[in-house]
Write a protein that binds this ligand. Structure first.
Ligand code: MN
Length: 258
């Protein structure tokens, strides 16, 4: 099995080192990742400047690795087309430093790299560790291998990827794996206004997610509530954003248009 590993935290992050090391146990692994952090770049691709692909030595790992001066989606496209010469069986992205839950998936470079794999018609997975402080990716790496093995035994519909989030708690405190829908993330955020040295205002987005457990007494059915309860979460997600349930309603608004 030929595995393409990517991320959005950059090729020198500890999360991708763990993922590459874990995946190399089950397949011939190649890393193609951004040369610096590209978190929250969504599905952007580079069209107006040249891309460079530079071989990199990963510490203590004998794995082919390349740094690209582009986005996560660029890395998967060029990794597939040029580096791996279109012979890829699995794309896996991460392990992201921080969660990719609920609405976050729209901003996430980690998830977008996996979506790029799906656009190319490949089985694809995004993996995130729900912590900005922990540097212990070992358990998340183990989960990534298990999910990849299950995925390869089964199959996903075209355009669907698996989005995995792993709680940053000791393995003994993990309750299990839950397959759930995306929740809605709310952020208590605002722009801080400051003045630059030339006297002009600039703005910096700050704030953090307020994840409320809305499950009191109900079934845990979203990634956000399952994470609060220390479950590993799996959500199959699709890049087809069509709201099928609402197509007919909108058509009705325009029924009298010529
Ligand atoms: Mn990231």
């Amino acid at each position: 099995m030929r595995i393409l590993v990517c991320n959005d935290d950059g090729i020198y992050s500890n999360g991708i080192l763990q993922l590459a090391s874990s995946m190399s146990r089950i397949g011939e692994t190649t890393v193609v990742a951004p040369d610096e952090e590209r978190s929250a770049t969504g599905h952007a691709i580079t069209l107006h400047k040249p891309l460079r692909v530079k071989p990199v030595n990963l510490p203590k790992l004998n794995i082919r690795a390349y740094a690209v001066n582009g986005t996560p989606a660029d890395c998967v496209k060029i990794g597939y087309d040029i580096v791996m010469e279109r012979k890829v069986d699995l794309v896996i992205s991460g392990i992201n430093k921080g969660p990719n839950l609920g609405t976050d998936v729209l901003y996430s470079g980690t998830v977008s790299a996996a979506f790029e794999g799906a656009i190319l018609g490949l089985p694809s997975i995004a993996v995130s560790l729900v912590s900005y402080d922990s540097d212990d990716y070992a358990y998340a790496g183990k989960i990534a291998v298990q999910v990849a093995e299950r995925l390869m035994e089964n199959s996903l519909p075209l355009g669907t990827i698996l989005n995995i989030n792993v709680p940053a708690v000791p393995e003994k405190d993990i309750k299990g794996i839950k397959t759930v829908r995306l929740g809605v993330r709310r952020y208590a955020e605002n722009y801080i206004k400051r003045i630059d040295p030339r006297g002009r205002p600039y703005y910096w987005l700050t704030g953090e997610a307020i994840d409320e457990d809305e499950t009191a007494g109900c079934e845990i059915d979203t990634d956000i509530s399952a994470i609060i309860h220390n479950y590993v979460t799996i959500t199959p997600i699709h890049f087809d954003l069509t709201s099928y349930a609402f197509i007919d309603n909108v058509a009705e608004w325009f029924h009298d248009f010529k």
